[in-house]
Design a protein around this ligand. Structure first.
Ligand code: PLP
Length: 426
């Protein structure tokens, strides 16, 4: 199964054909903690990485492995690492490169949980985040110094929906040895960040990949295209002996295995040491979700485009925030096959009208989630982004009357009818 197939096909076939002993077509749930070694040499080879294979399910598991291969193939990467949540994926993405005294530059347009993770626990660990407005890519360069290890952004930043300038920022970092890491949670299939210069990406699989609101998970994907050795002083974690793994120099150690230094190190050091593994059952759930991901993204996008039109024409709506409305050029450049399910809008009457709208919804769910098959709504200023200060809210693109929507797969007439009746009461 090659990456040259289309996403619909990759999502059904990559990484698995059938079970070798039972011929099962569905991927089995390997609900086991550990794996019998064939003999002592086999065990020693696995631990020394001279042979790759299963040791213990905190570090690898065959069900998670199929999910990892499938998402890596879908994104055009060389390897992936399934994790317990999207939060674990963003933490590992940075911790794999940064240690105390280092910094990274991140877009200020981020999911509130990621923003808090970067600002608080990371600063407690001595890793400094430098938030910049991604509207001007040069801001990334201006915030860079010799200790900057990565640039970080969200492809479809939740909740501003201004499409991230992928190529522009990647091109600034590459000559300095700085990779661009992006969160592609909101734009699977419709954006291929590795085609636009990103080097590492992640998903909260909780959202569109799962697609049915049942399981929490995350995944980190390595493009295999970043030259970690070119500027060894810029990336010491990958180019200097790692005392936590017998002095391995990761860029050297992986040479017989392919360009997987970043993702292998994340697995055998961070996942080994910090935990945060995805359960095999959740991996199974995400594999089911992946099978219809492309189909769902098309339908989510099509329904969302109709909701945009409806809201724009409505006299109670002040502003609609959707990639085609707020970042048309970048949406055309980086998104294909639709602009996704997520949008926001402001009602005339601000905060109170927004709250009334949410409380009047009858079918649409009021939940702190996105990417479900059902249509969801939330008021970020009082929920997902409530720990942010007024100025942080504004720099994240959250105004007091902003309502965020994740448009689902119900019939469009029913979605519009619920919005219409709720707007009439707001
Ligand atoms: N990234 C984005 C864009 C998200 O919206 C979220 C959660 O809402 C996360 C990451 C964190 O994912 P999780 O809830 O799986 O930890």
């Amino acid at each position: 199964m090659t990456n040259s197939k289309n996403p619909e096909t990759i999502a059904l076939h990559a990484g698995w054909r059938k079970d070798a002993t039972t011929n099962s077509v569905a991927v089995p749930i390997h609900q086991t903690t550990s794996f019998q070694f064939n003999d002592s040499d086999h065990a020693a080879n696995l631990f020394s990485l001279s042979e790759l294979g299963n040791i213990y399910s905190r570090i690898m598991n065959p069900t998670c492995d199929v999910l990892e291969q499938r998402v890596a193939a879908l994104e055009g990467g060389v390897g992936a690492l399934a994790l317990a949540s999207g939060q674990a994926a963003s933490a590992f993405a940075i911790q794999n490169l940064c240690t105390a005294g280092d910094n990274f530059v991140a877009s200020s347009h981020l999911y509130g949980g990621t923003y808090n993770q970067f600002k608080n626990p990371f600063s407690d660990m001595g890793i400094e985040v430098r938030f910049v407005d991604p509207a001007d890519p040069q801001n990334f360069l201006n915030a860079t110094d010799e200790k900057t290890r990565a640039y970080y952004g969200e492809v479809l930043p939740n909740p501003s929906f201004e499409v991230f300038p992928l190529q522009e920022v990647a091109d600034l970092g590459r000559p300095l040895g700085i990779p661009l890491i992006v969160d592609n949670t909101a734009a699977p299939v419709i954006c291929k960040p590795f085609d636009h210069g990103a080097s590492v990406l992640l998903h909260s699989t909780t959202k569109f990949i799962g697609g049915h609101g049942t399981s929490i998970g995350g995944i980190l994907v390595d493009s295999g295209k970043f030259d970690w050795e070119k500027h060894p002083e810029r990336q010491p974690k990958l180019n200097q002996p790692d005392p936590s793994y017998g002095g391995a120099v990761w860029t050297e150690a992986v040479k017989p295995l392919g360009p997987i230094a970043y993702i292998l190190k994340a697995r055998v050091t961070l996942l080994r040491d910090m935990g945060g593994a995805m359960s095999p059952f959740n991996a199974f759930m995400f594999i089911q979700g992946l099978e219809t991901l492309a189909l769902r993204m098309r339908e989510h996008s099509s329904n969302a485009a109709k909701v945009v039109k409806f809201l724009k024409d409505h006299n109670k709506v002040e502003r609609v925030i959707y990639p085609s409305e707020v970042a048309q050029d970048r949406a055309n450049k980086y998104l294909s096959g639709g602009h996704g399910a997520l949008m926001g809008f402001e009602i005339n009457g601000g905060r109170d009208a927004g709250k009334k709208f949410i409380d009047s919804l009858e079918m649409v769910y009021h939940v702190a989630n996105i990417g479900d098959a059902r249509t969801l709504a939330i008021h970020p200023a009082t929920t997902t982004h409530s720990q942010l200060s007024e100025s942080e809210l504004l720099s994240a693109g959250v105004t007091p009357g902003f309502v965020r929507l994740s448009i689902g797969l119900e019939h469009i007439d029913d979605i519009l009818a619920d919005f219409d009746q709720a707007l009439s009461k707001a």
